[in-house]
Design a protein around this ligand. Structure first.
Ligand code: NI
Length: 172
């Protein structure tokens, strides 16, 4: 089932999310819904608070090559356990901020640990788009948006545009 995605600004996007204590069928269903919502958007990542659930859960699939098999990842309680010193700049966007993009600097590569859909612990080194995306999504679980990495002026500009967009959407 597709869920609706919260748009910035929304207080739920600024909250610290709680860890998932035990995997339940309800949480697995939520993860499946989030993947469906992400693919439909379309996007390469989605975090639970973006669908209004304040739990530490993200989904991602950064396979963008036409014809390449999809690689849906479901991460419960994801954690960055190591980051490279080397950084890179990537133009990021967010499904909670349609049409807004900005350059964000982050470590090139991170080592991520998480619990998968079957309850198994996984660890993987992630770089490139995967590395950027997983950092962006984990930020969401700490109430942090990509614009929080920008200078205040740029951040305020995007927020103003989003306030206007939400007002127009509400008017219908
Ligand atoms: Ni996002």
């Amino acid at each position: 089932m597709k869920r609706s995605i919260l748009l910035h600004p929304d207080p739920r996007l600024k909250k610290m999310c709680d860890a998932v204590p035990d995997l339940t069928d309800e949480l697995r269903a939520l993860a499946d819904d989030m993947l469906e919502t992400m693919y439909d958007a379309p996007g390469v990542g989605l975090a639970a608070p973006q669908v209004g659930v304040l739990r530490r859960l993200v989904v991602l699939d950064c396979v963008k090559q036409e014809g390449e098999a999809p690689r849906p990842l479901i991460m419960f309680n994801p954690e960055i356990i190591a980051s490279s010193d080397e950084v890179s700049v990537y133009e990021e966007g967010c499904l909670s901020m349609p049409e807004q993009y900005a350059d964000v600097t982050r470590p090139v590569e991170v080592t991520v640990k998480w619990v998968d859909r079957d309850g198994n612990e996984q660890t993987e080194d992630m770089g490139g788009l995967w590395g950027t995306c997983v950092q962006h999504e984990i930020d969401h679980l700490d109430g942090k948006l990509f614009i929080d990495h920008l200078k205040p002026l740029k951040r305020q500009m995007i927020t103003r545009k989003m306030v206007k967009m939400k007002r127009e959407l509400a008017r219908g």
